[in-house]
Write a protein that binds this ligand. Structure first.
Ligand code: ADP
Ligand code: ZN
Length: 768
């Protein structure tokens, strides 16, 4: 054996060695910034044993061999080419940050969302994890076995202090840091340093998480007795779970039908198998109420909300990866939680727009969850009172074998509580009769008055913040608008500022027209701030709280406001859509929608859907207790089908009215959409590039012969944002995969242009 080894390099190579000459171990590495790669690097023998896909590595890049950190996505044996591969320099992570399953998911995302794998990986791994936040490197000392033996035999001659320290360390049950050893051996660090120099102790550097999370204990609660609708829903999920197969289940349950209770029971089963569950909720629903609902049922719940520090986020990530967390509850990005043995994904309020990420990679958590659930063979449960039409269509279309979702209907509220009666107030009539000034009609005023007198609470929704939404000069018609966005500024009276809601530009609210100096400039339109002032005037001495992104800026303020409302101290809660979601207050007997039309007439293909969702969701905030409740919806369009369906709590009716026009216009759910936005400081250059891209796209799509529609290039509805002009192109086709391939081909061929940027948004939600 020894002889063979000695002669390894001077005898004829055997087969294995021949291979080694023609093959080498190569790591495929991608980067978060361009050039994104992938590039192959040679793996030096010293690193071969430690390197695994999912680790970050430092490699030389480009002609100058600039050191850069990238993600290793695979390691494989590659033929040795004519040009030698550059060697990988070092490993950044001891353990992979991503499992092979997560790398596959990321590859799917890069392919589907037409972006680079490096970008996706960077988005999946939180910054706190990448930066190893909340950890530090510490040295741990131990005595090697050989030294221990010598010590026992009394063969080691040292000064007394060093000898004492060595003995203490030899007897310690675990490695000690130098300060720990100094303390235990009652010596200074000097003798310990000597021991290290003499190599009598072994020093090992390890990265230690020093953050200890104090978990507030939540009292445990028993499961509720499910009603028959809930039991049917649960049985359906359990069937998939027990068969260990992937299936997507759309739970269409009216507000208050007890969907959360069903999720909880399904999760219970999953935990029984030693697996983990992920629950995605809209960011705004991550209230203490939601947290405690899960924490009171399960012993180990991680809640990932946006106010976590990097160190906390890293700590949770580690706990999840170790399998020590049973349930992960979080917003969009929790879909990437590194659960080692996933058993179930739940998405509550699956229609919510916050599941779509607004920056690259512009993924939709619902679609990523669907992919992840399919890859890991686990069920995906989608819950909503107002499902997205995309999900609804997949659950109800006939003949869609294999791709269909299973539909579960929960049409009744728990304990036979009735759905609230909803009525509309026709603002055209109110306006014509001039019976009311301000935002609150006479009928709504009366209803608020009654509700308060009967000791009920009131929720008022107005989906616009600020005081006046419009500042205009009646003499010359000038509208005060943002210099960077060209959008009308909103008057905020709290600080007498005119503010752009798109870029936060502010200026003092003008007292005279900036154009013609006329001093009767008008402030028009209603925002929540003005509604608050009006309500205070109408109902003096009634405690009210306003909830919008202006009043809820400080972390914790949202929770504090809800607590005051829940306790009954506050009687009227008014605010933007922030108040429409998920809140469960039994004493709310009246919900008023100040203007249902704010979202209705947007030039957006989902305007009707959003209006229907908003009105239905906010209506669901009442009638949750024994007192029942009612809803009044002020609108200029009482006959619009979205409003008519919402007041009857009739989702199927809304879908039936909306779907044909979606189909006729080749819009989702009947087609895939891709939106390309071009931005730049120069309007001419922006338009030119948009035109050039549009021409290329038209040619590429026509060559595929698929049915399609290409709209634009045209200025975006928000034609200028933060000083940049914006043009967009909207493509749609029932053949999504072919469409995306064509777009990818074109966009990869577009040469960078100084001062211009472009964005590709697959399945866009925001079309402004
Ligand atoms: P959803 O998520 O469908 O809006 P929730 O799960 O929040 O409904 O349930 C609404 C309310 O009904 C909650 O306060 C919940 O505790 C209660 N609830 C749910 N299921 C039951 C049940 N089987 N029996 C009694 N109360 C229930
Ligand atoms: Zn602006």
């Amino acid at each position: 054996m020894t002889a063979r080894q000695n002669s390894l390099f001077d005898t004829a190579p055997d087969e294995w060695e021949l291979d080694a000459k023609h093959e080498q171990l190569a790591a495929s590495v991608v980067f978060a910034e361009p050039p994104h790669g992938p590039y192959d690097y040679a793996v030096p023998p010293a690193l071969a044993a430690k390197l695994r896909p999912g680790q970050r590595v430092q490699v030389p890049l480009g002609r100058g061999n600039r050191p850069i950190v990238g993600y290793c996505t695979s390691v494989s044996s590659k033929p040795v080419g004519s040009r030698p591969l550059k060697p990988l320099a070092r490993l950044i992570d001891e353990q992979p940050l991503l499992s092979p399953a997560m790398i596959r998911l990321a590859e799917w995302m890069a392919d589907y969302y037409l972006c680079s794998l490096g970008q996706v990986l960077q988005a999946i791994v939180p910054a706190g994890v990448r930066g190893k936040a909340g950890t530090r490197e510490m040295t741990f000392l131990s005595v090697p076995p050989a030294v221990k033996e010598q010590l026992q035999r009394g063969e080691i001659k040292l000064g007394q202090k060093q000898l004492d320290a060595l003995k203490v360390l030899a007897e310690s049950s675990r490695p000690l840091t130098p300060p720990e050893l100094a303390l235990a051996a009652k010596c200074t660090l000097g003798p310990i340093g000597e021991l290290r120099k003499k190599k009598l102790v072994k020093a090992e550097v390890r990265r230690i998480q020093h953050l200890e999370m104090e978990e507030v204990a939540t009292p445990r609660e028993e499961h509720l007795r499910l009603n028959p609708d809930q039991q049917i829903a649960l049985d359906c999920i359990l069937a998939s779970l027990r068969e260990r197969r992937h299936e997507t289940i759309l739970m269409h349950g009216v507000t208050g039908s007890g969907k959360t209770e069903v999720y909880i029971r399904a999760i219970d089963e999953v935990i029984g198998y030693g697996r983990q569950a992920i629950v995605l909720v809209p960011e705004i629903s991550l209230t203490p109420q939601t947290r405690s609902r899960f924490k009171s049922r399960f012993s180990s719940v991680a809640v990932l909300h946006s106010h976590l520090s990097d160190a906390e986020r890293h700590w949770h990530w580690q706990q999840i990866a170790k399998g020590e967390v049973q349930v992960v509850v979080g917003a969009r990005s929790a879909v990437f939680a590194p659960t080692p043995n996933l058993g179930l994904i739940v998405i509550d309020e699956e229609h919510d727009a916050s599941f779509k990420q607004g920056e690259s990679p512009r993924y939709h958590a619902r679609d990523v969850a669907l992919q992840r659930a399919a890859m890991e063979s686990v069920p995906l449960v989608l819950g909503s009172a107002t499902p997205s039409l995309e999900s609804w269509q997949r659950a109800t279309e006939s003949g869609g074998q294999g791709t269909g979702f299973r539909l579960i209907d929960m049409p009744r509220r728990v304990e036979d509580r009735p759905l609230p009666a909803v009525a509309t107030i026709d603002l055209r009539v109110e306006f014509a009769s001039r019976s009311s000034r301000g935002a609150v009609s006479r009928s709504l005023h009366r209803a608020i008055d009654e509700a308060l007198r009967e000791d009920g609470q009131v929720i008022l929704l107005l989906n616009r913040r600020g005081y006046s939404t419009h500042i205009q000069c009646p003499a010359c018609g000038y509208v005060v608008s943002c210099p960077a966005c060209d959008m009308a500024l909103t008057h905020h009276r709290e600080n007498e500022q005119a503010i752009c809601h798109y870029c936060d530009f502010q200026m003092p609210a003008p007292v005279r027209c900036p154009q013609c100096t006329f001093d009767g400039i008008r402030f028009q339109g209603f925002g929540t701030e003005r509604l608050e002032a009006e309500i205070k005037g109408r109902f003096p001495n009634v405690p009210i709280v306003r909830m919008d992104s202006d009043t809820m800026q400080r972390p914790g303020s949202h929770e504090a406001a809800l607590t005051r409302f829940r306790s009954g101290e506050v009687k009227i809660l008014l605010g933007t859509q922030m108040i429409a979601k998920g809140l469960d207050f039994p004493n709310v007997t009246l919900v008023g929608v100040i203007n249902a039309d704010t979202t209705l007439h947007f030039c957006d293909l989902r305007a009707a859907e959003r209006t229907f969702q908003l009105v239905t969701q906010v209506a669901g905030r009442t009638g949750r207790g024994a007192k029942g409740g009612r809803v009044l919806v002020q609108t200029f369009s009482p006959d619009h089908y979205a409003i008519l369906a919402a007041i009857q709590h009739d989702y199927a009716r809304f879908a039936a009215a909306e779907l044909p026009s979606r189909e006729a216009h080749m819009y989702p759910p009947f087609a895939s959409l891709v939106r390309i936005i071009v931005r730049g400081e120069s309007e001419v250059a922006t338009e030119e590039l948009a035109e050039a891209i549009g021409t290329k796209l038209r040619t590429a799509i026509e060559a595929t012969h698929i049915e399609h529609r290409l709209l634009g290039p045209a200025p975006c509805p928000i034609a200028k944002l933060r000083g940049l002009f914006r043009y967009h192109i909207l493509l749609s086709s029932p053949h999504g995969a072919t469409l995306r391939t064509a777009v990818r081909g074109v966009m990869e061929s577009v040469e960078p242009v100084e001062g211009l940027q472009w964005v590709v948004d697959v399945d866009p939600v925001d079309l402004l």
